[in-house]
Write a protein that binds this ligand. Sequence first.
Ligand SMILES: [Zn+2]
Ligand SMILES: [Zn+2]
Length: 300
Amino acid sequence: MKIKVWGVRGSIPTPGESTLRYGGNTPCVEIVVPEDPESNRRDILIFDGGSGVRPLGNQIMKSYPEEIRVDIHLFFTHVHWDHIQGLPFFVPLFRNNTMIHFYGPDAEKLEETLRLQMYPDMFPVTLDDVISHIEFHSYTKTPRKIGPIEVVHQYVHHGTPGKVAGLKAEFEGRTFVYIPDVEPYDYHPEDDPPYDADQPGEQALIEFLDDSDFVILDTMFTNENYEQFRGWGHSPAEYAVDVSAKARVKKLGLFHYSPNCCDEKVEEIEKEMKELGSSLGLKVFGTREGMIIDLEEDPC
Ligand SMILES: [Zn+2]
Ligand SMILES: [Zn+2]
C-alpha cells in the first residue's frame, strides 16, 4: 500500500520560503488504489480535503482522459475549515464521467457545510453547478470497500461539538491509520507519566492504532508549549510518539504542523521525536508534501 501526502499543515495554508521543505498545504492524503490498466474505470481514495486536494485534483485531470470513468472517494475526518477548504478548487467536480462520494460522520451535516462553503456570497460556483455526480454518506460500522482497500473509522477526542473521526485503511494485511486532529484527554507534560494510558478514551485510541504499519498523527504542539494551548484540540508530538509506541506501531509520520512552525522548527521537532521514538522502538519521521510512503519500504 502506498500513501501520497498532499498537505501536512494545520489550521491554515502557509505558503512561503519558511515552509518550502515540509509544505504549506492543509491536510490531504491519498491512499493509492492499485490500478487495473485494462479497466476503463479508476478508484481514487482521499482522506481530507484541505488545500492539498487542489493539486491532487489537477493531477487526476491530467492523468485520466474523460473516456475513463473516475470514482473519487473523499473521506472527511471532520469539517473544520482546514480539512474542507480545498474542495471548491477541486477541478474533478467539473469533470464528466466522474462520481464523487463524500463520507463524513454525518452525511446531512457534511452536505450542509460543504454547500455553505460554496454559497454564492462565499464562492462564485455552488455545489449545484458541478458537473460530476456527487453523493454524501455517513460513516457506518460496516467497513467501506474501495477496490481492494477497506476503510473503517473511529471517533477521537478533538474537543469540538461535532464528531471527529480517525480513519484506517487496510489492504493485503497492511494497515494505515490517519488521525490528523486529536488531543489527549488529560495531559500534563510535567507529570510522570504525563497521561493515564488506561483511561478508556486513551485505551480506545491505542486499540485503534494497534500494530499498524504506518500511522499519521496530530503533532501540532510539543511538551514545551502544550500548556499554553491546552484544549485547542491538538497533541504534543511526545504524546503521539508515546501512544504509537504503546500500540506497537511500526512507523509514525508527524503531521498537522503548526502554521507558526517554520521548516527549521519542524526539523528540530522531527529530530527530537526520532530520538524519542528510537528509545521506544518506534520509527518516526516528519511527513512532507509530495512524499510517497510505501508501506513495504522504510522511509526513515
Ligand atoms: Zn485540522
Ligand atoms: Zn480540527
